[in-house]
Design a protein around this ligand. Structure first.
Ligand code: N01
Length: 480
């Protein structure tokens, strides 16, 4: 199949759907959305482990043009978020543009024709003036490189590849990792399994999460007061920006956040020895803060054991830790995160003069505002390098990027490419801003490459990002 179109969007998660809806809402119909999965939804389609949900309130974790409205749920679970996204795809008639099962293998720029050729793994070809790559940062599971992993004969899977047919009742489960996914999953597994051993390599800072449902008073106010939900959304947004951004720069809220996490731990874990093993020794905010109120109580259950001895190998029937202790397991669940710093991998992107994006990114991915890369005209990223947030709603960032890309599209026809000077100035600012955060030193995290370069999160307030994307792109881009 060989299809010619104006815009190819890669990915049908929050980012791809936002871009598609923006095109649709401005009267553009000539675009295709390529999605490797069987439906829209991105990570909210892939992550179906019990307990999966969002730790950002959904009134904020939704598009501004399609606000989540519920007088009941503050934090809906994964099925409701997926349902919200499929609703957006239906309401904005995006499905007619969608090609599922279309995993992109490569995108190549022809500078004579000023067109991109996008090829899928299945061999289909799409040519377009513009490519918008919205594949996100947390979609490729990372399985740990532990000796003997392949020898295990029981069931084993990653949280993002949860097997719903696996009955855990009465089984011995090994859960590796203690990040956000493990924290959400553990209470559910612990209720079913005979025994759960949780293998913690590094403790996380954990802040309490308010109850997922609003109380009766709030419900009544939400139902009866027009505009109150929008006001609530704005309030949550501003509170996050003003109170959580300074945590990552050791600003005014750094110590209160640390005290709140310590208080939460003390309140939920009475045993001082266990508490000590759950206490991080690096600055709060260095790794993504876990927001959860059920993880610590689950760790203190009788059938749950926190194992902090390093894993030395996986055997055919369990896990061996340093010192030689062997724990038998029927099932191993890897809550070991994602290949976040590889960005568009395994896709090959070839731009002007045959430049390969992955080569330009060997020292770590970078893009102007996380959106555009020099040498790659008419190629834009949603949720590209240094745009993900641990301190506010990623949907806000996605909308900012889509707003900017739509402005770039107004510069067409021609080859629209970020200027080297604009990228240099942005890089200088970004390096300084990252230097002020708690990320570069003190901890290992999915925010940075193995060499320590911070490539994933945005280092400032989202209000600042909003200010940058509101600038006219003509000042930073050349059009040939
Ligand atoms: O993954 P993670 P996640 N041996 O990378 C451990 C978002 N999210 O899936 O800290 C032993 O955070 C690793 O240990 P260490 C959110 O942004 C959002 O939990 O590297 N352990 C760590 O404990 C989140 O940050 C929601 O020492 C190993 C864990 O595995 C992001 O997704 C919900 C190991 C990985 O934690 C990723 O979260 C869920 C090894 N070899 C997720 N390798 C919301 O609510 C890794 N680990 C929005």
């Amino acid at each position: 199949m060989d299809i010619s179109t104006k815009v190819v969007i890669i990915g049908a998660g929050f980012g791809g759907l936002c871009m598609a809806a923006a095109l649709k809402r401005t009267g553009h119909d000539d675009f295709v959305v390529l999605e490797k999965g069987h439906d829209v939804g991105g990570i909210w389609r892939d992550n179906i482990y019990p307990g999966c949900g969002c730790d950002v309130p959904s009134h904020l974790y939704s598009f501004s043009f399609e606000k989540y409205r519920s007088a009941r749920s503050r934090y809906p679970a994964q099925p409701e978020i997926l349902n919200y996204l499929t609703g957006v795809a239906d309401k904005y008639r995006l499905r007619q543009h969608l090609r599922t099962g279309a995993e992109v293998a490569s995108a190549e720029y022809d500078q004579t024709a000023r067109r991109w050729t996008v090829r899928t793994e299945a061999g289909d070809t799409f040519t377009a003036d513009v490519v918008v790559c919205a594949v996100g940062q947390l979609h490729r599971p990372k399985l740990p490189d532990i000796t003997g992993r392949a020898d295990f004969t029981g069931a084993a899977f990653h949280t993002a590849r949860w097997n719903p047919d696996q009955d855990l009742t009465g089984r011995d489960v090994a859960l590796i990792g203690t990040g956000s996914s493990a924290a959400q999953l553990l209470p559910h597994v612990a209720r079913q399994a005979r025994r759960v051993r949780v293998y913690q390599r590094t403790p996380n800072w954990v802040l309490p999460k308010p109850r997922p449902e609003f109380g009766p008073l709030t419900r009544a106010v939400f139902r009866r007061t027009p505009g109150i939900q929008s006001a609530y959304r704005a309030l949550v947004y501003l509170a996050a920006d003003l109170a959580l951004t300074p945590v990552i720069t050791k600003g005014w809220s750094f110590l209160p956040a640390k005290w709140a996490a310590r208080w939460h731990l003390r309140r939920q874990v009475p045993d001082p020895a266990l508490r000590a093993r759950l206490t991080p020794d690096y600055p709060i905010g260095c790794k993504r803060i876990v927001v959860d109120s059920d993880f610590y109580p689950a760790v203190t259950r009788e059938n749950v054991e926190l194992v902090t001895d390093p894993i030395s190998r996986i055997t055919r029937d369990g896990i061996e830790v340093a010192g030689g202790r062997h724990d038998r397991a029927d099932v191993i669940v890897y809550a070991t995160g994602f290949r976040t710093t590889e960005f568009l991998a395994p896709m090959t992107v070839r731009g002007r003069d045959g430049a390969v994006l992955q080569d330009s990114w060997q020292a770590g991915a970078e893009a102007y505002l996380g959106i555009a890369v020099e040498g790659f005209p008419n190629f834009f990223l949603v949720h590209g390098p240094n745009t993900i947030l641990g301190h506010n709603s990623n949907i806000f960032m996605i909308e900012c990027q889509v707003h900017f890309i739509m402005n770039c599209l107004r510069l067409l026809p021609g080859a629209v490419e970020v200027r080297a000077e604009a990228m240099r100035d942005y890089r200088d600012w970004l390096d300084t801003a990252i230097g002020r955060t708690v990320w570069p030193a003190g901890c290992l995290s999915w925010y940075k490459t193995e060499s320590g370069r911070v490539t994933n999160p945005w280092p400032a307030s989202t209000l600042h990002y909003r200010k940058l994307v509101r600038r006219d792109p003509a000042a930073a881009f050349s059009v040939t």
